[in-house]
Design a binder for this molecule. Structure first.
Ligand SMILES: C[S@@+](CC[C@H](N)C(=O)[O-])C[C@H]1O[C@@H](n2cnc3c(N)ncnc32)[C@H](O)[C@@H]1O
Length: 219
């Protein structure tokens, strides 16, 4: 396993840094504002269904799961794929819960400690299924309304940003399904369009001019 360190982003929240890849799990300009804008505002809150199935690529620090759990009253089934889960030693040191409701910080540990590859009821309205698998091999047999595509950048992991991968995700989405990602590279836009997504660029969080939203409009 590659060496990983906890680092602090500009809003004071922690993320993980992998020196060998020179890559952070979240934006160094503030992980919480990034998660809240790209995945919650542009993805989750753009979906008008009352029961929402979410797929996340890259569970990582659990920030997107925790942020979603604490910021919606809708009924959520949340699937998150992760090939290299953090260790208890790592996730127990993350200060992410300090930036949310004090009374809910135990839920951050719950989402990390709950079993992998099994559906866990975190609250009455929120189920979490953490899939310990390679995105390239995973079989997506569910239908999703919202996809948080939060893989490492395409120059670090080009194999995860291909037409094949996006096509697998496209097939697993309901019509009207929404995928958001922080990456607006030309190759990524082309691959998404090739699969059938309609894409739009939206204003990014601090440190990122634009981000992408892709919508599945037909089968
Ligand atoms: C940008 S980070 C995700 C950040 C995460 N969403 C968060 O809120 O902290 C990318 C994640 O993808 C995971 N990953 C890398 N390769 C993968 C693969 N082939 N399949 C599934 N997950 C992978 C990494 O271990 C890392 O946790």
């Amino acid at each position: 396993m590659k060496e990983r360190f906890i680092v602090t982003t500009e809003d004071g929240s922690n993320t993980i840094y992998i020196p060998e890849l020179n890559e952070n799990y979240n934006s160094i300009h503030g992980s919480i504002q990034e998660s809240s804008l790209i995945y919650l505002e542009y993805g989750l809150h753009y979906c008008n269904k009352e029961e929402i199935n979410i797929l996340e690529i890259g569970f990582g620090t659990g920030l997107n799961v925790f942020n979603t759990l604490l910021n919606t009253d809708k009924k959520i089934m949340y699937h998150s794929i992760e090939l290299y889960p953090l260790t208890p030693e790592e996730y127990s040191k993350l200060n992410i819960p300090n930036f949310f409701d004090d009374n809910k910080s135990n839920l951050f540990i719950d989402i990390h400690e709950c079993e992998w590859d099994k559906i866990n009821l975190i609250t009455d309205n929120f189920s979490l299924y953490k899939i310990h698998e390679d995105l390239l091999k995973v079989n997506l047999a569910y239908k999703y309304d919202v996809v948080y595509f939060d893989a490492f950048a395409p120059d670090i992991q080009p194999s995860l940003w291909t037409t094949e991968v996006f096509s697998k995700i496209y097939k697993s989405m309901n019509i009207g399904g929404i995928l958001t990602t922080y990456c607006v590279k030309g190759d990524v836009k082309r691959a998404l369009k090739e699969c059938g997504f309609k894409i739009e660029k939206l204003k990014g969080p601090k440190g990122k001019r634009e981000i992408l939203r892709a919508v599945k409009e037909s089968e």
